[in-house]
Design a protein around this ligand. Structure first.
Ligand code: NAD
Length: 485
């Protein structure tokens, strides 16, 4: 293999690579071939301690700098990421199996956007002056302290930056623990931030499974936890963080509705459904996996969708012509196969895909089921794979009620040419990140996050600042103090 995927060491702590082979071995498997491409070790207590000690020391130093100086470091890191986009994208593809066609435009580039955006905001994070009629007060926007980021495996570079950039902009330090399935990319983010001038220890990356994440969450010297992961993990992490009264951001799972009205421009709706189900081989939290199509256009929609699926190029993800790569792991493919079997057994109509190709790698065909009903397992549970469920509806109130009948609330989309209806329907959907005549766009300027079981807090945009800082208020008396005695 021409590209060396083995990192210099498992962890990046206090400005340098750090190894401790006493930790549990984590083999990094290339999803396209099943080969082991790197080995790292889970953080031992000694590594965790080094990350916490250096993180707290660096945070004090970093918070003492002006916002403009901090922002300059983040913006320099953004430039370095963009310069190295190709190399970082190739690594992202080895880590996740996502096609290079995607990683070139959606991962390091998105990470760089976050570093640039929050770098730009860092100098303008101010409090306010409050007139109290003679006396006065002011507020100071202060950092939280040492933040912990815990990542999922689908967007390892992006998640490391979406959490790190606002945290650092606000004057915090971060310890980031990537998913054990994709441990490689975050190390590059740490390297780049260090090269850009971040003080040693400001952004530490340590490896490990849930147990390492759990130790960080319960560590008294940690002030905030931001998790991207599944709802069951979110419940555990939220509860553990509550014990220590820590701030939290929870970016969790979804089973989002994408509603296609009878007046929709069908090719765009089909394009939205493809982006919202098959990008990253379906491993996207905000996916619109319940596609509600008005019954009068069901046949036309399915015919166009089938036609477009002839354009699938599944294969070597490092080949830029490939648009569907493997699932991230054997385990995840097994889960998806189980859901496809359930879809068939519960009576949904298989329209496309459904097969597992022969040969190496964790590939599975993009799959479409029609005639799906609300009670079927594939319409209720997050699959996190390329399985689209098409349901039909007849009227607006009905589809809104059905779309909302889920514990999740991450995203929702509406395709219609009727602008009043578009806003009316979106206004009634209980979801955090919504789309009109589009699906799955996530620019850094817009807040991203869920309602209900899909999460707490928001990433990206100015809203993220609220989740990585806190206000101190100061009352200033100008006259004498009156007291009862
Ligand atoms: P997961 O919940 O299995 O793991 C997420 C992370 O949590 C991993 O790093 C894991 O090691 C860690 N972890 C597990 N148990 C822990 C514990 N008890 N304490 C602390 N940390 C612990 O999720 P996954 O399988 O890696 O990712 C897929 C899930 O992530 C899906 O549900 C998907 O929807 C969700 N996701 C959400 C978003 C979002 O922004 N809303 C983005 C991507 C993925």
């Amino acid at each position: 293999m021409a590209y060396d995927t083995q990192p210099k060491a498992s962890h990046f702590v206090d400005g340098a690579y750090l190894e401790d082979t006493a930790g549990e071995l984590i083999e990094v498997i290339y999803p396209a071939t099943g080969e082991v491409i790197a080995r790292v070790y889970a953080a031992t207590d000694a590594v965790i301690e080094a990350a916490i000690t250096s993180g707290r020391r660096a945070q004090a130093q970093w918070a003492a700098m002006s916002g403009t100086e901090r922002g300059r470091v983040l913006r320099r890191a953004a430039d370095i990421m963009r310069e190295r986009n190709h190399e970082l994208s190739v690594l992202e593809t080895f880590d996740t199996g996502k096609p290079l066609q995607e990683t070139l435009v959606a991962d390091a580039t998105s990470g760089a956007d976050a570093l640039e955006y929050f770098g730009g905001l860092a100098g303008s994070l101010t409090g306010e002056h409050v007139n109290l009629g003679g006396d006065w007060g002011y507020t100071v926007r202060e950092p939280l302290g040492l933040c912990v980021g815990i990542g999922a495996w689908n967007y390892p570079t992006q998640i490391a930056c979406w959490k790190g950039a606002p945290a650092l902009a606000c004057g915090n330090a971060m310890i980031f623990k990537p998913s054990e399935t994709t441990p490689l990319c975050a190390l590059k983010v740490a390297e780049i931030l260090h090269e850009a001038g971040a003080p040693a220890g400001l952004y530490n990356v340590i490896q490990g499974m849930g147990a390492v994440g759990g130790k960080l969450v319960t560590e008294p010297r940690v002030d905030k936890v931001s998790l991207t992961g599944s709802v069951p993990t979110g419940r555990k992490v939220y509860a553990a963080a509550a014990e220590g009264m820590k701030h939290v951001t929870m970016e969790l799972g979804g089973k989002s509705p994408l509603i296609v009205f009878e007046d929709a421009e069908i090719d765009n709706a089909v394009g939205g459904a493809i982006n919202g189900n098959f990008y990253s081989t379906g491993q996207v939290c905000s996916n619109g996996t319940r596609v509600f199509v008005h019954s009068s256009i069901k046949d036309a929609f399915l015919a166009r969708l089938k036609g477009r699926m002839a354009g699938i190029v599944m294969g070597d993800p490092q080949d830029e012509a490939t648009n569907i790569g493997p699932m991230v792991s054997q385990r995840q493919r097994d889960i998806v196969e189980g859901y496809i079997a359930k879809g068939k057994a519960e009576g949904a109509t298989l329209i496309a895909g459904g097969e597992t190709p022969e040969g190496a790698g964790f590939y599975i065909q993009p799959t479409v089921f029609a005639d799906v009903t609300d009670e079927m397992t594939i319409a209720r549970e997050e699959i996190f794979g390329p399985v689209m469920a098409v349901l039909t509806f007849d009227d607006e109130a009905e589809v809104i009620a059905r779309a909302n009948a889920t514990e999740f609330g991450l995203s929702a989309g509406v395709f219609t040419r009727d602008i009043s209806r578009a806003h009316r329907v979106i206004g009634q959907l209980r979801a955090g990140s919504c789309f009109i005549n589009s699906y799955n766009d996530a620019p850094v300027e817009l807040p991203f996050g869920g309602v209900k079981a899909s999460g707490v807090g928001r990433e990206n945009s100015k809203a993220a600042i609220e989740h990585y800082s806190q206000l101190k208020s100061v009352y200033v008396r100008m006259g004498d103090v009156e007291a009862a005695f």
